[in-house]
Design a binder for this molecule. Structure first.
Ligand code: SAM
Length: 308
């Protein structure tokens, strides 16, 4: 079993890259991170050997960068633990799905549908903060574009008191018929309307203006004319004084893991130029229209705009 004591992170990465090219699971022994929980990663610790301390967060970060899951560590000795990095299945990802002919790439039978963002802290924490920042509990009309099966409404339900919640009108749009069917089954109340419809043709629905518009991981879709739809939303669908929350994925979902870093169709690895270009376009446009804009989040960037 390989044991790391005072080797540098540079050396550890080289070792893991070589080993993972050949094996599905790599196990190695390191200083137990709990022994010096007060130290920054990289601190030298003298025990039976000279060690370099690294926190569990550093090891988890490393496993993510190596496209691995870190399994439960085992205690190996008084000072050390064994870490096991297991490679994730890189082929297993909704990003590889091509079932877009009938708009069901994100339908309930899809790989995408197995994802529950609401249970990922990096999503939920920032989304909840964005909703509270817009004072979601004061809204009367909420529009969600790319609503899928309406997971994003579930969080609003948890934030807002039931007697307030039932007086908000919720509208969800998505061209996946199976996802919309599921959304309708989850939210049967009269204050919910779901439409299986193309977002590029929103005008056909004669929707009322909303005082909160939410769209997560949707406007950048290849099927959507991003700038045109975005500007039309602000000009034609947002009530005066209303707010908008746009969620831009800065992650990929691969092998049942959320992996940091945006997907760019042109590259096989994460590349973030498109993400920042689109986010910056929206931010600048909204600021020109006199909105106060904040940008928060990690695996999902949340652009939240409120009227000044
Ligand atoms: C990546 S999913 C995001 C869904 C959900 N907001 C989430 O973050 O989990 C994008 C959603 O937008 C829908 N969609 C993509 N292009 C669309 C279009 N042109 N019109 C309507 N819906 C569209 C898809 O069916 C899918 O449900």
């Amino acid at each position: 079993m390989k044991k790391f004591t005072n080797e540098t992170m540079y050396e550890i990465i080289e070792y893991l890259e070589n080993m993972l090219a050949e094996k599905d699971i790599v196990s190695f022994e390191v200083l137990n991170p709990d022994i010096r929980i007060d130290k920054y990663s990289g601190s030298k610790i003298i025990l039976d050997y000279e060690y370099i301390h690294r926190s569990y967060k550093s090891w988890i970060d490393l496993s993510e960068l190596m496209f691995c899951k870190m399994m439960t560590p085992t205690i190996s000795s008084e000072y050390t633990v064994i870490l096991n990095f297991k490679k994730i299945d890189l082929e297993n990802s909704f990003h590889n799905d091509s079932n877009s002919l009938n708009n069901e790439k994100y339908g309930i039978e899809s790989e995408f549908s197995k994802i529950n963002k609401n249970e990922e802290p990096s999503f939920l924490f920032s989304y909840k903060k964005a909703l509270i920042h817009t004072k979601v509990y004061e809204k009367k009309q909420i529009l969600n574009l790319g609503v899928n099966k309406a997971d994003e409404f579930e969080i609003i339900k948890q934030i807002v008191y039931p007697e307030v919640f039932k007086n908000i009108n919720f509208v969800g749009i998505d061209y996946s018929q199976s996802a919309i069917k599921e959304a309708k089954e989850r939210f049967k109340e009269d204050n919910f309307s779901f439409y299986s419809h193309d977002i590029n043709k929103l005008d056909e629905l004669n929707l009322k203006k909303s005082d909160l518009i939410i769209s997560i991981s949707t406007l950048q879709s290849s099927s959507i004319d991003f700038k045109l739809v975005f500007m039309s939303l602000i000009q034609n669908y947002l009530e005066k004084g209303g707010s908008i929350i746009l969620g831009f994925p800065n992650c990929r979902w691969i092998g049942s893991e959320i992996i940091y870093g945006a997907k760019n169709p042109t590259y096989s690895y994460s590349e973030q130029s498109l993400l920042y270009k689109d986010v910056y376009f929206c931010k600048k446009y909204l600021q020109q229209k006199k909105f106060k804009v904040t940008l928060t989040g990690k695996n999902y960037l949340f652009l939240t705009a409120t009227s000044i």
